[in-house]
Design a protein around this ligand. Structure first.
Ligand code: ZN
Ligand code: ZN
Length: 389
């Protein structure tokens, strides 16, 4: 089959690789009909995530048709149309029983590696380095899906791929990030990052009762999408002091909750921005946590900071004094996907949200390398690329 393979910094290639096989009786094989490039894939593309090996198959946002099932798969059959969540969960362990699926104890065969870095391991993730299991990803013609009865959600309506594909990650991720904001009716929510997760978080914040949504970015087409599609007020941080602007917009008090939907490759400005860029380039810190710092400083006293942005290691100069003295609550985590799949699919089916609004490009799978470059460099107003095998 054809698959998008990682070969190093800014080097992805579509290559012929062996077809995936059923390895475990609870696996299924999915023939992929649509797959997307995620903002977090860019951290792999830019080689900021350790433990990638040349030839690894990328991609954790995919859907398609079940073409083979292991003998212990009960819920799925050949021919079913499914969306596969990016996290792999067993459905039976301590955390799965608490519906904290992304903390599953049974799906990361390289847990020891993750424990060295994090103390404890999160669940396995498709196409996202050996630290999270080394699973082959879904930017390919086929993928092996372990624990097939626990992960995939069946799509039984005739909704097109474009409207349901993002149940695989960015819609539930934006939703959980908004839920993590602990929004009370009428609250003001400020969101750093108008990429796909940020945009879904904005729409989710409204659905969860926000009274005001403020979006922060510097890329004009992203700010436009936040304004026009997500009804947000916007701040262009390349033109304005974000902290001053947020104070002014909230009568001096600050937003009730602040979300970092940017993560480890934030674009810095000023002296601290240069410091982070240098340290990350020299591998002296793994993150550039500019958005996180601002979110902590901007948040009102007693407010909540939600972090869906991806981090991998250690970050410098986190204003922990502000965090403590202001009595902030901090909420984060990989998304507990299985909690959200059914209710969010229902919202799509009822027409409450059309997730295809984020798509700017459809490309054939063969063009994945161009898709990565275009997305990373924000060329051609690229916000979200869907690949068609
Ligand atoms: Zn993703
Ligand atoms: Zn589990």
């Amino acid at each position: 089959m054809k698959a998008t393979c990682w070969h190093g910094k800014a080097d992805v290639r579509v290559e012929n690789v062996p077809d995936p096989k059923i390895l475990n009786s609870r696996d299924c094989i999915v023939r992929i009909t649509s797959t997307a490039i995620c903002g977090s894939d860019l951290h792999l593309y830019d080689a900021y995530v350790p433990t990638m090996i040349s030839g690894d198959i990328l991609g954790h946002e995919f859907m398609g048709e079940v073409v083979e099932v292991g003998r212990d798969v009960k819920r799925l059959k050949v021919g079913d149309r499914v969306v596969v969540p990016f996290t792999i969960s067993c459905g039976r362990c301590y955390f799965c029983e608490r519906e904290e699926y992304s903390l599953c104890e049974n799906t990361n065969p390289n847990a020891g590696m993750a424990e060295t870095m994090f103390g404890h391991s999160p669940c396995g993730i498709y196409g996202y380095s050996h630290l999270t299991g080394g699973y082959a990803g879904g930017q390919a013609e086929y993928a092996r899906v372990p624990f097939a009865d626990i992960g995939p959600i069946k799509i039984e309506s005739d909704l097109p791929d474009d409207k349901v594909l993002f149940l695989s990650d960015i819609f539930p991720t934006g939703w959980m990030a908004a839920e993590n904001c602990n929004i009370q009716p009428g609250d003001t929510v400020a969101i750093w990052g108008c990429g796909p997760v940020g945009l879904f978080a904005m729409k989710s914040a409204w659905m969860l009762g926000a009274g005001r949504v403020i979006a922060i970015d510097r890329v004009p087409e992203r700010l436009r999408k936040a304004r026009e599609d997500c009804n947000a007020e916007t701040i262009d941080y390349s033109q304005t002091s974000v902290l001053m602007a947020l104070k002014e917009m909230t009568g001096g008090r600050g937003p009730d909750s602040c979300m970092d939907a940017v993560g480890m490759e934030a674009h810095g400005h000023g002296l601290v921005g240069i410091y982070d860029k240098l340290k990350q380039t020299m591998r002296l810190e793994t993150e550039r946590p500019i958005a996180l710092r601002e979110a902590i400083i901007a948040c009102r006293n007693g407010g909540t900071v939600s972090v869906p942005g991806v981090y991998g290691g250690l970050a410098d100069k986190i204003p922990v004094g502000a965090f403590m003295n202001k009595g902030l609550t901090f909420r984060t985590g990989q998304t507990h996907m299985q909690r959200y799949l059914r209710p969010l699919l229902e919202r799509v089916q009822k027409g409450e949200i059309d997730p295809s609004f984020v798509i700017t490009h459809h490309l054939p799978l063969d063009d994945a390398p161009r898709g990565y470059k275009m997305f990373r460099d924000k060329q051609d107003e690229c916000i979200k690329v869907v690949l068609k095998p």
